[in-house]
Design a protein around this ligand. Structure first.
Ligand code: GDP
Ligand code: MG
Length: 289
């Protein structure tokens, strides 16, 4: 089990009253913490939000964030839900973390280059992406402290190539946010989560927290479920407190993130062009035969 085992009410109070203003170096300009969930459609991101709400407010289960339908990506909107005056949590409905263009979009979100509660585009063209990035600088967001959370299904067996991609993803998330993503493993009850947990640790994750979400079918509050959800939030805040214990240079960090994004998109575009050229060459070769 990850994290400290403290009494439920202590963890809940700590989370509810956590404030950036009272940290040793103050808030350093940050006004809220944004927990940004990423992960495949159907892995339980919305359910995590509903569980957090219900456990933190210590009340009966209510559906705040709607569960996805099978087609998933219909609603292209990033919705922020307020958990406490300091903490918001954001669902992301369209992410499949394997496609490079989509990863680029996730990185832009994590680096605060995309507005919250705004429309979300899935298939970017290179030029649009660049222009939008520039537009963002008219009104740069220096007030959200974004913390990445990777939501993963306990049943999923990832193949070797996926492991490599996740490893890269974890590392690059850190470049974009300063945090290694906290990994939340859903459907804890239906699987043995220890193997998937070890795999994530081997890939570079520091915090892997198995949870069983509250859902429409399973609303009954259970001590163990509450505990895991609180451990997730508690650990996220511990991470934030550590991050904020250093004097941050927000402008410099933003610049570094932007450079990374530009290079990333550039590489994606080059790769696309190379693939196109190879395909054209192949077509020409066949026609000549
Ligand atoms: N039994 C169980 N069902 C879950 C859990 N997490 C999510 N679900 C269900 O899985 C489905 C997809 O979850 P959802 O939160 O919509 O996934 P999202 O696309 O990542 O937001 C929904 O029917 C949820 O009720 C879990 O931990 N246990
Ligand atoms: Mg969802």
């Amino acid at each position: 089990m990850a994290g400290p085992q403290r009494p439920l009410h202590e963890m809940r109070d700590y989370i509810r009253t956590f404030s950036l203003d009272t940290l040793p170096h103050g808030n350093q300009g940050y006004q809220r913490i944004v927990l940004q969930l990423v992960g495949h459609i159907g892995f339980g991101k919305s359910a995590v939000i509903n569980s957090c709400k219900c456990v933190l407010d210590d009340r009966e289960f209510i559906m705040y964030a709607e569960a996805t339908n099978a087609q998933g990506a219909v609603t292209l909107k990033r919705t922020a839900y307020e958990l406490t005056p300091t903490i918001s949590i954001v669902d992301n409905r369209t992410v499949m973390i394997m496609k490079k263009m989509e990863v680029a979009e996730v990185y832009a979100q994590l680096g605060n280059f995309r507005p919250l509660n705004g429309p979300m585009k899935k298939n970017w063209k290179f030029d649009d992406y660049m222009t939008t990035l520039e537009d963002t600088e008219l009104n740069p967001n220096y007030t959200d402290l974004t913390v990445p959370v990777l939501v993963y299904h306990s049943r999923h067996l990832h193949l070797d190539y996926e492991q490599e991609e996740i490893q890269t993803f974890l590392r690059e998330c850190r470049l974009m946010t300063g945090f290694i993503p906290i990994v939340v493993i859903t459907h804890k009850e239906s699987q043995n989560t220890s193997e998937v947990r070890n795999q994530f640790i081997a890939m570079g994750a520091e915090q892997v927290i198995p949870v069983e979400n509250y859902t429409t079918e399973n609303r009954e509050r259970i001590w163990g479920k509450d505990t895991d959800i609180l451990i997730f939030l508690y650990n996220a805040l511990q991470d934030v407190a550590f991050y904020m214990s250093y004097q941050r240079d927000l402008r410099r960090e933003r610049l570094e993130k932007k450079k990374f994004l530009l290079k990333y998109m550039h590489d994606v575009e080059i790769e696309k062009k190379v693939q196109e050229a190879l395909r054209m060459a192949e077509i020409n070769r066949r026609q000549k035969r």
